[in-house]
Write a protein that binds this ligand. Structure first.
Ligand SMILES: *Cc1c(COP(=O)(O)O)cnc(C)c1O
Length: 512
């Protein structure tokens, strides 16, 4: 019975995949499920595990009829502007189904057994090319579940480096936090803590600090009084010079509320690099979505401020990136790049598991291996072949495909920002001065509020209640604000501008 079921499943999966393909290539106007669909889905959830299976037919019908209508269309609709969700390119969707069907585990590099780990390494190189980084220094890192995990990994490597450096500067030879533990190393080096210095860091840096024993309270804003997005370099140097502290500097390359950049020139990155070198600090970049502005190359006047915003990122020690946002591949996929592969090995090595290193010695046919097993430079020991959708999508659309996609997203964001700027009832944030300056600085995120407090208080809810588009509610300068993040490959300037301005106008009119 069980076997029959599995065989049948395999046959029907072939059909099912084509249906899935069709389902996700068309979207319905609503971006959120209606209340009835949600209620029906909730009522259909079983209270207990059935002893006997309900069968493949029943289970798949249940998912399609009860669950799917209760999903939002966050990746499918071009008008879902919440968070930074991205979409899924057709090539990525295809590859993701292959990943599930063949279920390759990439963590141990078994050269004679599967090409999967080689493909991951290759995909990482393609990403390094896409971001215009030098392969000689940057073709190191790993695929992660997303930018949060990438930030954990970047800060973990930073922690390793800064504590060893602090110890060395005191004449001690301490090998590794990964080996000896945070407490022994801190004590030996005479340090009282590690701090992460940033400007409006993404909340995941706090989470990373919590996980890594640095502490959320030690992630600190070192921003200028007149601009919360930029470093106060004088204060930064004072903090770096603090005795008994080791520091990681984290650059918000794409601040999540505004989409704006923490630096605006190669020279600023050089200054940060020089400060980090002087004080033995690690320079980490949170480039989840911002780093992708490097695709807008060669520089043009139209995108000059964006190009400048991610200039000099090659001077960093580690860069955290998302793939499930602007690369438009399915969750869960991010990557972390680092110029110092040895640090990741110090932290993540899966020591003393002989059965897992079989492929590295002997098992690989005696060939010299240049690709480290991901098992030793990332968090998991077994994991999904999550690079295949990235690989397939990059090859399908190329540098220019991704560039065109991003240009459309930025242009649409700027059209909306300009419209809001001119509108008597709305403000664009942060207050930018001139219309030209605003448009120049706008990436693919538009932050705005209503001038009137009553309209503003319920603005995100009023917009989302239309179900024609979705915005994230946030706050800026102590007032509620809304955020439009354009990250779907389906974005189309004229069509989406008409829809967005129609919704925003109707919400403003209703409040009159
Ligand atoms: C989204 C985001 C993260 C976290 O990424 P996840 O993919 O949600 O783990 C980190 N930093 C920035 C700037 C982000 O936009």
């Amino acid at each position: 019975m069980y076997l029959e079921d599995v065989q049948k499943t395999a046959q029907e999966q072939g059909i099912l995949q084509q249906d899935l393909w069709k389902m996700t290539q068309t979207w319905e106007p609503g971006v959120l499920p209606d209340a009835t669909a949600l209620a029906r889905a909730r009522d259909s959830l079983p209270q207990t595990l059935p002893d006997d299976g309900l069968g493949f037919d029943w289970a798949t019908k249940h998912v399609l009829d009860d669950m799917v209508p209760a999903f939002n269309r966050s990746s499918i609709s071009p008008n879902y502007y919440g968070f930074v969700t991205g979409g899924i390119t057709p090539a990525a969707l295809f590859a993701d189904n292959i990943v599930s069907a063949y279920d390759q585990n990439v963590q141990v590099h078994l050269t004679e057994h599967t090409i999967a780990t080689d493909v991951e390494h290759c995909a990482l190189g393609l990403l390094v090319d896409l971001l215009r980084l030098d392969r000689r220094h940057w073709h190191n890192g790993t695929f992660t579940t997303g930018a949060t995990a990438s930030n954990v990994q970047g800060l973990a490597c930073g922690r390793e480096f800064v504590l060893r450096t602090a110890a060395e500067r005191k004449g001690l030879s301490i090998k590794s936090v990964g080996e000896h533990g945070l407490f022994e190393v801190m004590q030996a080096a005479g340090l009282s803590g590690v701090q992460v210095l940033s400007t409006l860091p993404h909340s995941s840096l706090g989470k990373a600090a919590g996980i890594l024993g640095i502490g959320r309270a030690n992630v600190r804003n070192i921003c200028r009084d007149d601009n919360p997005l930029r470093f106060d370099l004088e204060r930064l140097e004072m903090e770096l010079a603090a005795p008994h502290k080791a520091s990681i500097v984290a650059v918000s390359c794409g601040e999540v509320n505004t989409g704006q950049f923490a630096t605006s020139s190669l020279q600023e990155m050089q200054q940060l690099r020089a400060l980090c070198d002087k004080y033995g600090a690690w320079l980490h970049v949170d480039g989840a979505f911002g780093i992708f502005a490097r695709i807008l190359d060669p520089p043009t006047a139209e995108f000059a401020s964006l190009t400048r915003g991610c200039e000099g990122m090659e001077l960093a020690d580690s860069i955290a990136c998302d793939a499930h946002k602007l690369l438009n591949v399915p969750y869960d996929c991010g990557f972390v790049l680092s110029r110092h592969p040895a640090e990741a090995m110090n932290v993540f090595q899966n020591a003393n598991a002989a059965y897992l290193t079989g492929g590295q010695s002997g098992g690989g046919g005696g060939r010299e291996l240049s690709i480290p097993s991901p098992l030793n430079n990332g968090m998991e020991n077994s994991r999904r072949f999550r690079a295949l959708p990235v690989y397939t999508s990059l090859l399908a659309y190329g540098r220019n495909g991704y560039k065109t996609m991003l240009q459309r997203q930025v242009r649409l964001a700027r059209m909306i920002a300009g419209w809001l700027y001119d509108h008597p009832k709305y403000n664009v944030l942060p207050a930018a001065g001139s219309r030209e300056a605003l448009l120049d600085q706008t990436y693919m995120v538009v932050l705005f509020s209503a001038k009137d407090d009553i309209l503003n208080g319920g603005l995100a809810n009023s917009i989302n209640a239309t179900s024609k588009m979705f915005v994230s509610g946030t706050s800026w300068d102590g007032r509620p604000a809304c955020r439009i993040a354009i990250s779907n490959w389906r974005a189309e300037e004229e069509r989406d501008f008409a829809l967005v301005t129609h919704v925003l106008q109707s919400v403003a009119d209703e409040s009159a």
